[in-house]
Design a protein around this ligand. Sequence first.
Ligand code: AMP
Ligand code: GLY
Length: 441
Amino acid sequence: MKKGKRVLVVGSGGREHALAWALARAAEVERVYVAPGNGGTTWPPSPEAPDLQPRAPARSVPIRPDDIQTLIDFAREQAIDLTVVGPETPLAHGIVDAFQAAGLRIFGPTRAAARIETSKAFAKALMRACGVPTPDYAVFHRFEEARAYLRAHPGPVVVKASGLAGGKGAFVCDTTEEAEEALHRLMRERIFGEAGDTVVIEERLYGSELSMLALSDGRMVKPLLPARDHKRLMDGDRGPNTGGMGAYAPVPEVGPDAVERVVQQIMMPVLDALARQGTPFVGVLYAGLMWTASGPFVLEFNARFGDPEAQAILPLLETDGLEALEACLEGRLEDLSLRWRPGACVTVVLASPGYPGPVPEGLPISGLEDAAAQEGVLVFHAGTRREGAQLVTAGGRVLAVSAIGPDLPGAAARAYAAVERIHFEGMSFRRDIGRVPVRSL
Ligand code: AMP
Ligand code: GLY
């Protein structure tokens, strides 16, 4: 019998749990490792895997995502067939280049291609050069010049750190005073360190936000289901920006024509430009869009799966996850057909008290087995760890509770019924994920 494949997922969040789950269901996968993983990324094999259960076993391994050499050593020792990168930081550090140089198979873009995410200044220039719609902007390296620009251009703007800031580097401002304050925090207080030494000041757009993710083999893309993230902390999109408080997929108002428009007007021009520069993009290309009265505009690109979008999209994927990723690496995406379960998936993030600021750790979590036993429900762990038999909190976003249902309201009802069974002290979550009326684009 042919040996099964071993997969290593790099990262520790809900997205990585969802990736590990999807890969543990793939026909050829024998074993999944997650580095470093979390309190939920170790499970036994389940040969008879009933619906929604992973078949292959998974295990957390204590290697940090940016310890690239140790990851390479591990991949060699364990004869890993494929490594899949979850977060952006290892991509920015060149994990894909290093694995490739070591002759190891890895899913994700090279450091040069990942600049589409790791440098907003690079992404904006590329979009401008290839005519991809994105808000007007200016780039600054000096505080005084940026402040002078703000004063000369009164009105609503968004001030962004050019570098990586964990999804928290964009300040959406109503007034020039607010924008100056954001500038001060980025460039003077340097709250994100060197990530904020270059800032992008952007025209503020109004419309409906959308996450469009696509698999890319460097030459073409296959779009995943459209998803909607919820970045603000509180219901009704109020409060500070976070890493993401919930998501759903698909987005009912985004039909096949809208998806095709995003592919043709946004994804393909960027993909072609990166290929022409000699840095083809292989991996997941994620366009964070604002759909305005004059169509879709790119707010940001990411070079990876979204978190929590992955926890809402992957449960609906019917196509074998390993086959899909391998098709990208082998440049044969054209032959891949992506199939999806009917219905919708809603993901509610349960956060620690104080998130997105500093949070306590070690709070005991209860009710998970009960929640996970509900129909259509998958509980993905993010900031959790095991202390003996007890599961405790270990980060800002603690759990992502996903539920598949016949439609968006049905999926939301299941997700919130499961959330009600889970408890930890000070647990906070949004109550409006997937519960808003369908808008038009
Ligand atoms: P980013 O990190 O660039 O995706 O920005 C984070 C969040 O800020 C986005 O999800 C939007 O909600 C908001 N945002 C970013 N840029 C703009 C913009 N130009 N106009 C309005 N909202 C924006
Ligand atoms: N959900 C937003 C992100 O992953 O960047």
